[in-house]
Structures are given as structure tokens and as C-alpha cells.
Ligand binder design. Structure first.
Ligand SMILES: [Zn+2]
Length: 337
């Protein structure tokens, strides 16, 4: 009973947010919604259950989104919007730009056909030195180990033993929610600490063949760019979180070299940047500001064009559970919930 009441209240709130939200109102001052997507995967794809729920949208839902945004917004490419803003040209009252983080192979397989079918521009932020390699993001490795019954092997390393004990105290069964909590807790360690702990327990051998390649290859990335719909931005060289754990040289490498790598491989200039995990400090922000025309964060918010900070652009994160109906998607765009 209590659950039903909670559900009812939630559903009513979504309905109201959809109806009265900023996306559904005339705007006098220009605004920009930057939508943040990661993976586009159908439920029956083997990769669906090897990912955190908060990272995925199904192709059906994504296709619905690409149609819905046209009802509310002028759909723009982020780079074009930024350029118009810099040149002082008029901006749409309500603009919406689509972004993808990381360069997942599934973006090529499932998102590109939908972008083409709906003629929707987008920006894809690629991890420059990992494109075309068998690189795995550590959250996927950890999730796959947990879901494949490899907790005992993980616990051989004190770092994982500590995190495992904490999560065991809160979650009874090892499922994707358990893994999501585990991964969130692991983020208090640096990427280097986590990667070396995974190396020490020989995670690659433990998972032999169980994790499909994460990222697309250079031909696929080029094909996305050559569609004329997808602009490529940088998401660093190695997807290191740009925090105090990195040296000045590493920061320089991740921020400046990633631009160079992408420009050499793809031709053309790379002007947009995306902070891994949304992490940055003052030094990082300064370096990004001198290297790129604009950058996106993971901070949530609708952008007010007049007050926009071009190197700290906020976004609206989208995943399946909170957006798989027109009403829920509208509520997510409302700025109210
Ligand atoms: Zn990322």
C-alpha cells in the first residue's frame, strides 16, 4: 500500500512537472538544454546487463526522445550554439543539444541510425587514446567481476575488501544496484589506485572473453563524423578524472594531447571538451579554458544563455528508467524535479 501511494505521488509529480516545466513554457531569455547520454543498448543485448542502469537508454526510448525534443526545442549542434553565442548572434529561445560521452561502440551501432533517421545533430566526446583499443572502463570491469561471482578474487586486494565489506552491510544480493553502489564508493579512490588494484588481481584473465569491447574504432568514429551530424569533442586521452591525483604533466597530456590526437586522426579542429566524471579543479579549468572553445560538466542544469560559463556548461543526464515515457522525459526536461 505504502509503495502504491509513493508511486502515485511520483507519477503525479512527473505529470505536473511535464505540464508546467520550463521546456513547456515560452522563454524570453534564451536557454539551452544539453542532454547527456552514454550508452544506447537494447535490453536483449549482452552488454545491457553488464552496465549500470544509470548509463543506458534503449534505442526505442532514444528514438522517442529525438522526436519529442522537436516538439519543445530548436535542436542545435552544441558547437554551433557556442559559436553563435560567442559572436553575439541571436540564439533560439529554447535550444537543445545532444551529447554522448566516451565513444561507446553501441553509439555507432544504435544511436547513429536514429540520429540519421531523425536528422539530429549531436556531439560525441571520445577518449582519444582508447578509441580502437580493447580498453575497459574500470566500473565495467568491477561490475562484470561482481556479477560473474568473482567477489572472492576481488577481496584478495585490501582496497576491494574494504569496499566490499561496506556494501555488503547495505545490500543483501549482488545485482546491478549492488554493483552501482560499489562503483560509487570506489570513486573515492583515484583511477590509478583502482586500475593498479585490478591489475594485481589479474582482472583481465578473470574475465577472459566476458566483456565485449567498450569503444568504437577509428573507422566508426570517422563514419559518425562524416555523416555530417556528429561533431567529435575530446574526453581526455585516458579517461582519468582530472583531480588533484594527477601531476601537472598528466593534466597537460590528458587535456592538450587528446585534442591533438583527435585532430590528427580525424582532420579538422576539435574545439569542445568534456570532463571525465565531471571532475575538475582550478588548474584543470584554466588549462581547458586556454585549450578549448567550450566544455561540458556533469553538473545538472538548464543553461541561461546570458549567464552561461562556456567552460562549465551544465547538462541534463538521461537514462532509461527516468525517461522511458513522454511524460517522464518531459518531467526530466522540466527543471523542476
Ligand atoms: Zn566519461
Amino acid at each position: 500500500m505504502a509503495i502504491n501511494v509513493k508511486k502515485l505521488v511520483k507519477s503525479a509529480a512527473a505529470g505536473l512537472a511535464n505540464q508546467f516545466g520550463q521546456h513547456n513554457k515560452d522563454q524570453t531569455d534564451p536557454k539551452l538544454w544539453v542532454l547527456m547520454y552514454h550508452r544506447i543498448l537494447p535490453r536483449d543485448d549482452i552488454r545491457f546487463n553488464l552496465e549500470e542502469p544509470g548509463m543506458i537508454v534503449t534505442p526505442e526510448t532514444f528514438s522517442m526522445h529525438m522526436q519529442e525534443i522537436r516538439r519543445y526545442f530548436d535542436v542545435v549542434s552544441l558547437g554551433d550554439w557556442v559559436q553563435r553565442k560567442q559572436q553575439g548572434l541571436p540564439l533560439p529561445a529554447k535550444a537543445c543539444a545532444i551529447t554522448f560521452d566516451d565513444g561507446w561502440a553501441d553509439n555507432y551501432e544504435y544511436a547513429l541510425p536514429i540520429l540519421k533517421a531523425t536528422n539530429t545533430p549531436a556531439t560525441l566526446f571520445a577518449v582519444a587514446e582508447k578509441i580502437g583499443t580493447n580498453f575497459q572502463f574500470w566500473p565495467n570491469t568491477v561490475l562484470a567481476l561482481l556479477l560473474n561471482g568473482r567477489s572472492a578474487e576481488l577481496n584478495r586486494h585490501p582496497l576491494f575488501a574494504q569496499v566490499g565489506a561496506e556494501i555488503d552491510a547495505m545490500h543483501k544480493t549482488i545485482d546491478r544496484e549492488y554493483a552501482a553502489a560499489y562503483i560509487a564508493r570506489l570513486k573515492s579512490f583515484s583511477d590509478n589506485e583502482i586500475f593498479s588494484a585490478l591489475n594485481e588481481i589479474h582482472s583481465t584473465e578473470l574475465l577472459a572473453g566476458k566483456l565485449p569491447n567498450a569503444l568504437m574504432n577509428w573507422d566508426q568514429l570517422k563514419e559518425m563524423r562524416d555523416s555530417g551530424l556528429v561533431a567529435i569533442g575530446s574526453h581526455t586521452c585516458n579517461h582519468m578524472r582530472l583531480s588533484d591525483a594527477l601531476s601537472a604533466e598528466q593534466l597537460q597530456h590528458e587535456i592538450k594531447n587528446s585534442k591533438e590526437v583527435l585532430e590528427v586522426k580525424l582532420g579538422g579542429s576539435v574545439d569542445l571538451f568534456c570532463f571525465p566524471n565531471g571532475d575538475y579543479n582550478e588548474a584543470t579549468l584554466n588549462l581547458v579554458t586556454e585549450t578549448y572553445v567550450a566544455a561540458v560538466t556533469t553538473k545538472r542544469g538548464i543553461i541561461d544563455a546570458d549567464a552561461a560559463k562556456l567552460h562549465e556548461l551544465t547538462r541534463v543526464a538521461i537514462h532509461e528508467e527516468i525517461s522511458n515515457s513522454r511524460r517522464l522525459f518531459g518531467a526530466r526536461l522540466s527543471g523542476l524535479l
